[in-house]
Design a protein around this ligand. Structure first.
Ligand code: PEP
Ligand code: MG
Length: 762
């Protein structure tokens, strides 16, 4: 890099932040119209933070952000410059409800130049969303002429100030509240929101808007000590309320969510989280503002991470924050309200598992979230309760309280105020779904054999104790992939050998005589654990992750292997290493396992009755070392999620590239066929545990290639088993022989036609 980037001014510290907040309090308490107070606020921020520009954009009807006040930009732009949500950097901040800090804003892909503002000379920009009640109400921005990096403290301060500005916006003086609450749609017309399926199922009910965020009336505290006392009291009542919830979950027989709630309680006791809140109080905030501030800070620090595990942790923390705020306010959750309808469709920006369980489970029909991922805890709990969940952008704006809503969790659709024809289609779909579920239940006990008599092993992918009951219920043969990193990610410190041993032993206990393949820690890149230090990486997917961390920190991997060996004690154990790129890496990992085996013997502890060691096939280089690899391993499992991204050089976490290439492309199928042949020749068992194994059409292709073992998430078992029992695999194999050399982008359509013509139920 040839440009130099100045560091942020060292002068802006905790004391400066406190001074700025105190002055803001005076402005808010003072006289003047909303506009006048906003003008004072932006000038104050610019002066105190040494910024050349400070601007406040306020949300108007139709999702438009209007420049309402500025210090430093042309005053003629005020009330004239307007940006759509998603347009420009300001629109991006509003669209994602997250802060942005840039040392060279004009080079950012979202930069939208507005000549009327005269903003061309300003290179650096830091902006935060103005949030209230879970909605974005505007954006607050500071800019500097020179290139400089903003400190975390500056961004945090802006977030705190944005909370104050949110109160000003909410007072309704700047924009008529009616204007922003109107959706822009004729209020009572039916609407369809197309979203993403997070948990399957189909349900109808009346909308209940879950708005956990409480209004924080006072931001700056008079007396830090009394705020700390209030915080401690609220934490104590929150803990006992979570304990009550745990007891209630146990009473309700919710074995699985209980496990999650326990993790959740651990979060509530997280010292790091609590000490940051206490520190913020000592900086001069009220207890409520401090809780919110730490939440904003966590959100900001983690917002760029797209990994679903991290995002789900973030949602748990969000839930906890809201809970703590409720306790600080001495208020009961809105779920206690006796006025809720009998059929509840919850609509929320985000929500944690405990919040969901606050609602009467007998009345809960579905959940619509603006922010959530399929592996988030709230979705896992929803699945355990058999409730569909859909992620739909803009749901809070488009759905009004008590609107009738149909949630189609199978197709990621939400129908708001559905017309009669949709309601009729809904009734038909419910009947069809019930019939399908009956079929899945019936085939659970039937052999997993293709129509032409080829036995297929169906295994499960798991990562939490909550998944284990599915093993018995689904009729799967075992666990083909236990992702050990998931339990690690919900902890704030690295679990010691005893904690790990207990956990793995419990998994083996629950699995009984069904085999479990434990994959060693697959973290790194954007799936970093808070207690393993790593620098930021330009290409996290190609970075320091999985086995690379294990080999660089052998004590970490050895502790995990030691725990696995101890947990197995006299039982069979299968260990699988992730992201192995070369045989030498496998050898190095295996050496650590051998050392631990020796140690086990020396200590006179019982070894596993049988130890199988394998590796994932995720990194293409390994495919060119197959003879050497096959001579060493007891089994292999294809991680097609990663293998696809590396084969096509196409980031699986980037929405622009994630679906650009299809795993059913000729290149991918050719490569998998070679692998199957090599494993068959060497007599090494091969399985596949990427997402494609759980999609009926993809799984069909895999069987046609020659795979005989598929590992998938529990809900996929019924559909995949239905598919394979209707498949003549010999006919498919013959058909596919003519496909491998085709030049198509994808063979999906051809394979779908085969399924249709041959009565394969996909
Ligand atoms: C894979 O890469 O296909 C896989 C199963 O591993 P993960 O999705 O956990 O990276
Ligand atoms: Mg992988």
């Amino acid at each position: 890099m040839t440009d130099t980037v100045g560091e942020a001014s060292a002068g802006f510290d905790g004391a400066a932040s406190r001074r700025l907040l105190a002055r803001l309090r005076d402005v808010m308490a003072g006289s003047g119209s909303g506009q006048e107070r906003l003008d004072k606020i932006v000038s104050l921020i610019a002066a105190e933070m040494g910024a050349d520009v400070c601007s406040a954009y306020v949300m108007r009807a139709g999702e438009v952000l209007e420049l309402f006040s500025t210090f430093g930009l042309n005053q003629t732009a005020v009330h004239n410059t307007r940006l759509r949500v998603g347009e420009g950097i300001v629109g991006d901040i509003a669209g994602h409800a997250r802060p942005i800090a840039l040392d060279n804003a004009p080079s950012h892909p979202s930069f939208a130049y507005r000549p009327e503002t005269g903003e061309d000379p300003f290179l650096s920009l830091a902006g935060v969303p103005i949030l209230r009640g879970g909605k974005v109400r505007g954006v607050l921005v500071i800019q500097h002429k020179d290139r400089r990096r903003y400190t975390e403290e500056e961004v945090e301060t802006l977030q705190t100030i944005a909370m104050v500005v949110a109160e000003l916006v909410a007072q309704g003086e700047l924009v008529n509240p009616q204007e922003v609450s109107s959706t822009g749609d004729p209020a009572l017309l039916p609407a369809r929101l197309s979203g993403t399926s997070l948990a399957g199922g189909l349900s109808m009910g009346l909308a209940v808007i879950h708005r956990p965020q409480l209004t924080i009336r006072q931001m700056v505290a008079e007396d830090a000590e009394s705020e700390l006392v209030r915080l401690n009291a609220a934490i104590a009542t929150m803990h006992s309320a979570i304990d009550d919830l745990l007891a209630a979950a146990a009473l309700a027989g919710l074995g699985e969510p209980k496990d999650i709630l326990e993790t959740y309680r651990m979060f509530a006791e997280d010292r790091g989280w609590l000490s940051r809140i206490r520190e913020a109080i000592r900086m001069g905030l009220t207890a409520e503002a401090a809780v919110q501030q730490v939440q904003n800070d966590t959100r900001a620090r983690m917002s760029h991470l797209t990994d679903p595990y991290i995002r789900e942790r973030l949602l748990d923390l969000e839930d906890l924050t809201n809970r703590l705020l409720q306790h600080l306010a001495g208020r009961k959750s809105e779920a206690d309200g006796g006025t809720l309808p009998d059929d509840i469709v919850l609509v929320a920006r985000s929500m944690g598992p405990a919040e969901l369980l606050d609602y009467d489970q007998r009345r809960l029909r579905a959940v619509v979230l603006e922010d959530g991922s399929p592996s988030s805890h709230v979705c896992i709990v929803a699945r355990a309760l058999n409730i569909p969940v859909v992620q739909a952008n803009d749901a809070l704006n488009r759905i009004e309280p008590l609107d009738p809503v149909i949630v189609d969790g199978d197709h990621g659709q939400v129908f708001v105020r559905p017309a009669e024809d949709i309601q009729m289609a809904f009734a038909e779909s419910v009947a069809l779904r019930t019939r399908k579920e009956q079929i899945y239940a019936e085939i659970r006990g039937l052999p997993s054999v293709t129509r032409d008599g080829v036995p297929i092993s169906i295994q499960l992918n798991c990562g939490l104790l909550i998944d284990l009951p599915h093993l018995k219920a689904s009729g799967a043969e075992g666990i083909g992939l236990y992702r050990t990193e998931i339990p690690f990610m919900v902890r704030s410190s690295y679990p010691d050998v005893k904690a790990q041993t207990d956990l793995y032993a419990r998994i083996l206990d629950e699995a009984g005589d069904k085999p479990v393949v434990f994959r060693t820690l697959d973290v790194g890149g954007d799936k970093m654990l808070p207690y393993i230090a790593s620098g930021e990486e330009e290409n996290p997917a190609l970075g320091w992750r999985a086995i690379r961390i294990g080999l660089d920190h052998p004590s970490l991997l050895r502790q995990q292997l030691r725990s696995l060996l101890r947990a197995a004690a006299g039982r069979p154990l299968s260990v699988m290493f992730p992201m192995i790129a070369e045989v030498a890496e496998f050898d190095a990992a295996k050496r650590l396992l051998d050392l631990e085996l020796k140690r086990l013997e020396q200590q006179g502890l019982e070894p596993p009755s049988r130890l199988r060691v394998g590796t994932m096939i995720e990194v293409p280089s390994l495919l060119w070392q197959l003879p050497a690899l096959l001579a060493r391993v007891d089994f292999l499992s294809v991680g097609s999620n990663d293998l696809t991204q590396y084969i096509f050089a196409s980031d699986r976490g980037n929405p622009r590239t994630a679906t650009r290439y299809d795993p059913l492309a000729p290149a991918m199928l050719c490569l998998l066929r070679r692998l199957v042949e090599a494993c068959n020749d060497a007599g090494v068992p091969l399985s596949i545990c990427g997402e494609m194994a759980g999609r009926p059409l993809d799984a069909m292709a895999l069987l046609g290639i020659g795979f005989r073992s598929l590992s998938m998430s529990p809900p996929s078992v019924g559909p995949v088993k239905t598919m394979l029992r209707s498949l003549d695999v010999a006919a498919l194999r013959q058909y596919m022989a003519g496909l491998y050399q085709k030049g198509d982008h994808s063979l999906r359509d051809k394979l779908r036609s085969f399924a249709k013509d041959h009565g394969v139920l996909i």
